[in-house]
Design a protein around this ligand. Structure first.
Ligand code: ASP
Length: 244
């Protein structure tokens, strides 16, 4: 709003300023409507598949949680031990601040500044390595999201009584990995990218209406695993890097 600006720029400025305000108002309306929307989507699914489907939703959520825990506490530590020669459980406590933040924000991008800080200050990762690997990882390396998308796709296929053959399983595996690479590091991005996985194997998109009910909690967990994967990647590369 600098008065020295030429008139035309002032018009541009106030146009975008007003547009921004309008979008914020729209976003607030959408956020206020979200509980009603989720309730309607879930009611639709329950009406279509029966109340028993809510029970299987718990089994689905537990499968995702179990998969994420195995990946976080067995796979990644094993990789860390084999390639990085470090104790991932000790590292876990050193970088826990980033993991807690990932859990509470459900966003790898929002967690990035803290991941950068703790990996260097407490985890002993070099600045050059952390500065390259962590932003790259936050954008493209989402192991938790890939795992969740694969489980969700199989769950929805079962719900609709679709039998998945070997080829379809491979397609789910590949598209889930690609979708996780393409997912933005923000809350709920994995759910949006799930449409890609479902489309590739001809699984009906309506299934998303059901799993959306438990998605926020799973999002928090998978984001922590995504960030934990990045932090382990940085620690492993740190071992091989000769940069200061
Ligand atoms: N929220 C996740 C992340 O930021 C992405 C997702 O929705 O899976 O890492």
């Amino acid at each position: 709003k600098d008065t020295k600006l030429p008139q035309v720029l002032k018009i541009f400025y106030s146009f975008f300023d007003t547009l921004n305000d309008a979008l914020i108002v729209l976003t607030r309306w959408i956020i206020a409507l979200t509980p009603v929307g989720v309730f309607s989507l879930v009611s639709f699914s329950v009406a279509k598949f029966g109340i028993n489907v809510m029970l299987s939703l718990w089994k689905y959520a537990l499968t995702v949680i179990l998969g994420l825990l195995i990946h976080a506490f067995l796979n990644l530590p094993l990789l860390g031990f084999i390639f990085g020669r470090y104790n991932a459980y000790r590292y876990f406590f050193q970088v826990k601040d980033a993991l807690v933040l990932a859990f509470s924000t459900a966003s790898s991008a929002a967690t990035l500044p803290v991941s950068l800080k703790v990996s260097q200050e407490k985890g002993g990762v070099k600045k050059s390595v952390a500065g390259f690997i962590l932003p790259l990882g936050a954008t493209i390396n989402m192991d938790g999201t890939a795992l969740y998308e694969a489980v969700a796709a199989v769950f929805i296929a079962n719900l609709f009584g679709i039998k998945l053959g070997f080829l379809q399983m491979v397609t789910i595996f590949l598209t889930a990995t690609l979708a996780s690479i393409g997912a933005a590091a923000i809350p709920g991005a994995g759910l949006v990218m799930l449409t890609l996985v479902l489309n590739s194997t001809g699984i009906p998109l309506e299934g998303i209406g059901l799993i959306i009910a438990v998605d926020r909690f799973l999002d928090m967990l998978r984001t922590s695993v995504n960030v934990w994967g990045d932090l382990n990647g940085a620690k492993i590369v740190n071992k091989f890097s000769s940069f200061k």
